[in-house]
Design a protein around this ligand. Sequence first.
Ligand code: C2E
Ligand code: CA
Ligand code: CA
Length: 563
Amino acid sequence: MNILIVDDDIVDRESIIRTLNKSTCEWDFVETESVDEGLAAFAKQKFDVILLDYRMPKRDGIELLLELRNASLEKSIAIIMLSNSEETELALECIKNGAQDFLLKSEVTSSRLQRAILQSKARFELEEKLQSSYQQAKKLAELDSLTGLANRYSFEEALQSSVTKKPRDDSKLALTLFDLDNFKFINDTHGHDIGDQILIQVTQRICNCLRGNEVFARLGGDEFAIILSNLHTIDNVTRVTQRILHCLDEPFNISGIVIKMSASIGIAIYPDNTNTANELLKYADIAMYRAKKLGKNQICYFEDKMQEQFLQRYQVEANLIGAVERNEFILHYQPVFETTTSKVIGFEALIRWNFQNKMHFPDSFIPIAECSRAIIDIGRWVITQAIYQISLWNLRNSKLLSISINLSSIQLADKTLVLFIKSMLEKYHVPAVLVEFELTETALLENSSQAITAIESLSDLGCRIALDDFGSGFSSVSHLQNFPIDTVKIDKSLMLASDQPKTRALVQGLSAMLHSIGLDIVAEGIEDEQSFLLCQALNIQRTQGYFFAKPLDAIDIERQFIV
Ligand code: C2E
Ligand code: CA
Ligand code: CA
């Protein structure tokens, strides 16, 4: 047996070794003089038992006991405390803190110590078994046995602790409660076994909509809860809960029985709605009740303002479907000027949406179109329209004009995008070099092989590639080297602040760097003469902004700029 002796007194150590060597067992000893040395030896080697002196100069034996007992179970070991003190209190304290036995040094004999060691080891092994079955029982008590999800008890604990912890960074937490619509009816008509199978399958489908770091619980019956944390906007909650509703769309097939299932979802937000767990639960419940009352299979926020925001988003999303076919989009064109001559050399196509008798700007619908993939159809419409328009203008204009088209990263994932663009260029006889595609850094950051292939194919086709909004995000120079980029557009936020010395210096530095690697530069957001003069001084080739012209519809462009 391997024995670790931790005792500062050499005479006591020798006496222990001598005593044990008189007994019938085989012993291997490692001697250490202090708690720290003992811990170091323990970390290095496996022992069967520790013989631990209570009284030592720097740290006493109980400290070592505590350190080992607080470490993980598998790092634990049987410990026998040895002391010269006869205090019963001390003996009890040692046992309470996890020692298996307590012996007085004066009473140690070889047979007694051997017995103590063997018994302590056995006792320790029993304790270990007890501990692991306790853990197992705890797990069973915290999990729902049908679905394996957290149960109500552990859900309430988790909710309480997330609310008490208070997120570090102003982030929000959403409590999402939902229950299945008409579940009772299904249980009654098809029986509980089928009902159970539905609950299991619902759980599986919903798990696929989650990232895995959420608390997902079954509160009982057909009622579930999800805690979504680290949120910065409620849009994320909308997205996840919509995904949950959609994942239930497809009917369930249980042993040949086809069953339609939907859910009603109620959401309350911490700390916006309240900062106590109980109220959060109550509010989410009220919201869920409202979702049921409004006709089921839907999402309700507890707070009216959030509900409005959600409905607005929902309405935009729903109305984007088919908007292309209904001809609701139009393109505006913002002229781009050659800096040295102040002459128009091309345009940037910027989309507008005519919806509910109001002109909507892209920031209010493009991000939503990107989530629902409606962006693919919208993007194709923009490409077609912009290429067609520039072909018309180039028939009439004395000099060839170029067109810049914004592409979203989602469009790059479309495998037929490049073929589509090629066919449009051919259809309208537009030379590829006149078409520049603007991409933001986020599109490049995704770094998917499909996106890279698309960008390279566009470049091979002869189109130009521009990196949009440079200087507003990460602005990594490596992107400029790793992708076939021709042009960089300096972000308008920099140009708008270029009267400030620091920003001015930044623009100067950026343009020197971009020139040095041979890239074309466009400055956008030129609103005054001063910014324009700065562009001239820095040899920035192209400029764009309200100083020259706002984005205009095709008729106004023709009137003012096509000659
Ligand atoms: P962007 O590509 O950075 O487009 C420039 C935006 O700045 C446009 O806003 C334009 O109207 C505005 N702008 C132009 N000159 C000035 C100026 O001097 N001062 C100021 N303050 N702003 C100026 P808009 O049209 O609202 O477009 C916003 C964003 O929507 C665009 O930013 C672009 O990222 C996106 N977008 C526009 N059209 C499309 C499209 O067809 N497809 C895609 N995927 N995104 C588009
Ligand atoms: Ca752009
Ligand atoms: Ca831009």
